[in-house]
Ligand binder design. Structure first.
Ligand SMILES: *Cc1c(COP(=O)(O)O)cnc(C)c1O
Length: 386
């Protein structure tokens, strides 16, 4: 059995006719930038998130960068970011002209550790970016209370958490502003690049609408020095077809996560996500396990037809892009996770049969590993290092 990590074509089998009709309608309308299709999606997505406003932009990185600019976070400011995230979270801070100040993640949730945020606050701190990593909402209440105490803005990077719902609201509804990405492989993805900002702050949304469109409300009259970063109507049309299915797809992801957790629990050497797989605050964008022999496990799974990926093999502070910050060794938890993490296939294309096959292959590796280790202990002459 071959199990690809993602299979976007499989969604097209079911929704293809609807998507093609929607694309044809945009083509016929002759309205290819901004306009009614985009506005319709913005209002549907804001409503879905339980927030007042949605502003469609070119991609998730721009969503984050423009939020920072709209909040007037820039040169001279520090922004607290998770030490363990996709690098775009950090790049947004850099592009806004501010300095990312990372904190090590919570070992169990992988998300930013509120206990470490407070120690990182200085007189220059302007904002905190909390990422809902792998689809799991960050610790909303803790982050918000620290932000209130120090008068900091809170930005939610919800690029992996479309549809996650906590006690105090959905992804996109609880921060000063939230950034979404509609990159094709996200829980809600379009057919190219796309992104959005969701917020309850009308003034901020208004400023974002200016920023994404050259700083202009009326063509050729520019109020601020904006950029060109708008969600295309053609992408909005695709997203409008897909949005009604998002909850169903997230339920499928939860079902797979539940099977993985139930049947991989307690295997020697293996760490599984420490999260209640049925809880609505996790939409399982990724199901990430850890194993000290991660690379061997990945090779064995590949041989069994199971494609896996690593999120992320290099934490941002160890990437060449941020070498100048000199933070190597300073985020030990992020470094340890990145050396051990492995993402198993999850998504609407993974059914019970595929799940069972993945589980069997992981079990086979872990049990075989433990067996070889035990044999090594009883026969110390064997060279189990080779
Ligand atoms: C995907 C992603 C982004 C960036 O989104 P793009 O649309 O690819 O620019 C930002 N943050 C996180 C956590 C992401 O997963």
């Amino acid at each position: 059995m071959k199990i690809p990590f993602v299979d976007l074509g499989c969604l097209h089998e079911r929704l293809g006719a609807q998507i093609e009709r929607a694309l044809a309608a945009v083509a016929r309308s002759g309205w290819y930038v901004l306009g009614p299709e985009l506005e319709a999606f913005e209002s549907e997505f804001a409503q879905y998130c339980g927030a007042a406003q949605c502003v469609g932009v070119g991609n998730g990185l721009d969503a984050l960068t423009l939020i920072l600019r709209a909040l007037e976070v820039g040169p001279g400011d520090e922004v607290i970011v998770p030490g363990y995230t996709f690098i775009a979270t950090w790049l947004a801070v850099t592009h806004a002209g501010a300095v990312p100040v990372p904190v090590d993640p919570d070992e169990h949730t992988y998300n930013i550790d509120p206990a470490r945020i407070e120690q990182a606050v200085t007189s220059r701190t302007a904002a905190i970016i909390a990422v809902d990593l792998y689809g799991c909402l960050a610790d909303i209440e803790a982050v918000r209370s620290i932000a209130r105490r120090h008068r900091l803005k809170v930005i939610e990077d919800a690029a992996q958490a479309h549809g996650a719902r906590g006690r105090t609201g959905a992804a996109g509804s609880w921060a000063d502003a939230a950034a979404f990405s509609f990159f094709p492989t996200k829980n809600l993805g379009c057919m190219g690049d796309g992104g959005a900002v969701v917020t309850n702050d009308r003034t901020l949304a208004d400023r974002l609408r200016l920023l994404r469109n050259y700083g202009s409300r009326i063509k050729y009259y520019n109020e601020i020095a904006g950029v060109n970063s708008r969600l295309d109507p053609i992408q909005a049309a695709v997203l409008r077809v897909k949005l009604p299915y998002l909850d169903e797809w997230n339920t499928l992801r939860r079902r797979t996560a539940t099977a993985y957790s139930a049947q991989l629990r307690g295997l020697p050497g293996l760490v599984i996500p420490q999260h209640d797989t049925d809880a609505p605050d996790h939409v399982w964008h990724l199901y990430v396990i850890q194993h000290p022999r991660r690379d061997e496990l990945q090779r064995e799974l590949r041989a069994a037809g199971v494609e896996t990926l690593i999120h992320y093999p290099v934490p941002p502070h160890l990437s060449a892009a941020y070498a100048a910050l000199g933070l190597a060794g300073r985020l030990p938890i992020a470094e340890r996770i990145s050396a051990r993490a492995l993402s198993l296939p999850i998504g609407p294309h993974i059914g019970p049969e595929q799940t069972a096959h993945v589980i069997k292959a992981v079990r086979h590796f872990c049990e075989g590993c433990a067996g070889r280790d035990a044999a090594g202990e009883t026969r110390p002459v064997s060279s189990h290092n080779t």
